[in-house]
Structure formats: C-alpha cells, structure tokens
Design a protein around this ligand. Structure first.
Ligand code: ZN
Ligand code: ZN
Length: 365
C-alpha cells in the first residue's frame, strides 16, 4: 500500500456505479410510468434489499394513482405486497441472509416502539404502512424493506409462493379488520358488503369460526357467483337499492351479528347500519375518503359496536400455519398473471374488473 493511501478518499478512488432497475412509478394524480429507477441500497443497519419474484396490485394502489392518498408523493414506486429473495442485509440483520426466500408484509414494524409492543404494528412510530406509500414499494425488481427482521417472514419449504402473496395484505386485512373485529363466532349470521378481493378474503377467513350464515352483498353478479363458490351461504345483489329489505327477509327480520364493510363508500357503510342486529358489530375494512352518516337516531339503543382498523398483520404467523395445513386456498383469488414489463396492462386489467373479472393479478418480476 503506498504511503499516501490515507489521503485517498476511497469513494472518489472507486466510485460505485449507480445500478438501475425497472419499476412502476406514481407520477402524480392520474399519471404513471414503468421506467428505469436506481436500485435501492441499504440505508439503515436493520434494512434488507429483497429481489422481488412475485408481486400484485391492491385497490389502494388505484386510490394512490387517482391522487387520493396525500402521504404518497409523485415519484414513488408503488406496491406493498409480494415475495422475493434476500439480495443483501444491513449489519444488524441476523435472522436473514442473502438467498433466503421471504414474504414481505404490507406493514413494516420496528418491534420496539409503544405501538409495536401492543401488537399494533400498523401504527409503528417508524413503520406502519409505508411501503409503496412513504417509501418505495414492491412493484419493481428490488425493494428496500426497513425493520427487516420484524417485517419479513421466512417462506416455508415447499410453500406455494403465489398463495403467499395473498398473505402480504388481503388475507390479514380481511381477517383482522373484518373477522376478528366483527367477532365472528360459531353459528353467527354475518353479512359482508363488497365481494372484491378483500371481501372475499374476509369470506374465506370467516369460515375458520363456522358462522351459521355468511351473506355476501355486491353489485356484480359475477363476483357473487364467486362468493358462492368460496362458501357464501346466501348472496344479495344490491343494485336495486333494496339489499337491506332482502337481508331482513332472509334473517326473519333480525339482521346480522357482524356486518363487515369491505368497500369504503358512504352507501355501503350506511347499508351496514341498516343490517346490524341488536348486540352486533359493524366492522369497517373499507378505506373511506369522504364523511359517512352515522344514524345514531336509529342505533343509539341497539347495543352495537363499530370498529375500525388498519391491518396490523399480527395474524400472519397464524395464516402461514393455516396455509401449510391447506385449510384455505387463497390462490382462488388469483385471476390473471403478468410479467413485470407488462405491469401497465396489469393495472388496466385490475382497474377494469367489471369487464375483465379480475380479482388479484400476479406480477412476476
Ligand atoms: Zn393493499
Ligand atoms: Zn414500532
């Protein structure tokens, strides 16, 4: 080594070439692009870089593209679901090593803060739902995952990786925000308003508790047909605006013990208010963008509860075991497959679900 080695700036001596990758990027309200982007690098010692193998599109991504999610700035790579292979890890990560296959949770959790210690990972002070929102997400060749040890899950040997993509977000969301909060119990009567991917995830996971009836309500007969195949005992098309009457007829005028809202608009939440039986729970899952009327003049004496929740993904370890035991098959939710370079077409297909009958689309990187 030459004597003057200490005066050479190692960074200047050996500049690291910026590596690029392909990514789907939100460019501001109504605008999107599939373009070259710098490959992510480790920033914090607790980070991992994951090479994405499979990802998907969520209804929330459509909300972002419309400009409805102010926390997500233009220039952001979208996506908060997926599976992949560890590419590199920060110095503090010992639970994972390059080459390990992992499930990426939509919620990042430090495991140490006040909310994480309560299991309320969605409100982690340095995490929560940040992927594809406040930091770059999974619809790319690589993603930086913060708090890797407490936000990634090892993929069990032989597991179906497409089924696991459904565990990043929609299965824990349907289960935690709908089924757990709705206190679905053996013999109970349950209504699920909205038969999209999350409503169907609630339908699949509600059956863990053997409710007596699960009544699915939607505008789309195709989706209601799918709901029947997934275990709904009854279906109601709400297009005529008389879903509440139809449900009351089905339940002998009693209503339901759990009304699970899986759409996120005033009409569907207010429908839940019309369906709920005394002592029941309205469990909201939907992402609401405008105020909803709460009819306390009708509900004040009915002993009901209303719950809201952002998915914590605290049920993910349990759902991994359920998947391993083949008690449910979430691959039933997958309707389309695309390659990463076809992601613009994947968005078109997902966004036009009424014509394409898309539920979840798998995007292979
Ligand atoms: Zn999502
Ligand atoms: Zn935390």
């Amino acid at each position: 080594m030459p004597d003057d080695a200490h005066v050479i700036d190692p960074k200047a001596a050996a500049p690291i070439a910026v590596q690029t990758m392909k990514a789907f990027v939100y460019k501001g309200s109504g605008q999107r692009a599939f373009e070259d982007h710098a490959k992510p690098r480790i920033i914090d010692a607790t980070d991992a870089i994951v090479k994405i193998t499979k990802t998907t599109i969520c209804g929330t991504d459509l909300h972002i593209l419309k400009g409805d999610v102010p926390t997500c700035a233009p220039g952001r790579i979208l996506g908060h679901e997926g599976v992949g292979v560890i590419d590199s890890v920060g110095a503090a990560v010992t639970a994972f090593k390059p080459g390990d296959r992992v499930l990426i949770s939509c919620v990042s959790a430090c495991g140490k803060c006040e909310y994480c210690r309560q299991g309320m990972f969605s409100h982690c002070l340095t995490g929560g739902w940040i992927l594809g929102n406040q930091i770059d997400g999974t619809q790319a060749e690589f993603v930086r995952t913060p708090h890797a040890e407490t936000s990634l899950y090892p993929i069990p040997q032989g597991a179906d990786e497409e089924a696991l993509v459904m565990l990043s977000d929609i299965l824990p969301t349907g289960f935690e925000c709908g089924v757990l909060n709705g206190k679905v119990a053996p013999g109970a009567t349950v209504a699920i308003v909205g038969s999209g991917p999350v409503g169907l995830a609630a339908l699949l996971t509600a059956q863990f508790y053997s409710p007596g009836r699960i009544i699915m309500i939607d505008l789309d007969d195709g989706r209601l047909e799918i709901a029947k195949r997934f275990g709904a005992t009854d279906t109601i098309n709400s297009r005529d605006g008389k879903a509440a009457e139809a449900l009351m007829k089905l339940t002998g005028g009693r209503g339901v013990d759990a009304a699970i809202e899986a759409v996120g608009i005033p009409a569907t939440f207010e429908l839940c208010e019309d369906l709920i039986a005394p002592g029941g729970v309205i469990a909201n899952i939907g992402v609401h963008g405008v105020p909803v009327s709460l009819h306390l003049e009708r509900l004040w004496d009915r002993n009901i509860a209303i719950t809201t929740r952002l998915v914590d993904t605290s049920s993910t370890p349990m759902l991994l075991k359920i998947l391993a035991s083949k008690k449910i098959d979430p691959t039933k939710l997958i309707t389309h497959h695309f390659k990463l370079h076809q992601i613009l077409a994947a968005y078109e297909t997902f966004d036009n679900a009424a014509e394409t009958h898309a539920l979840k689309v798998i995007i292979e990187a």
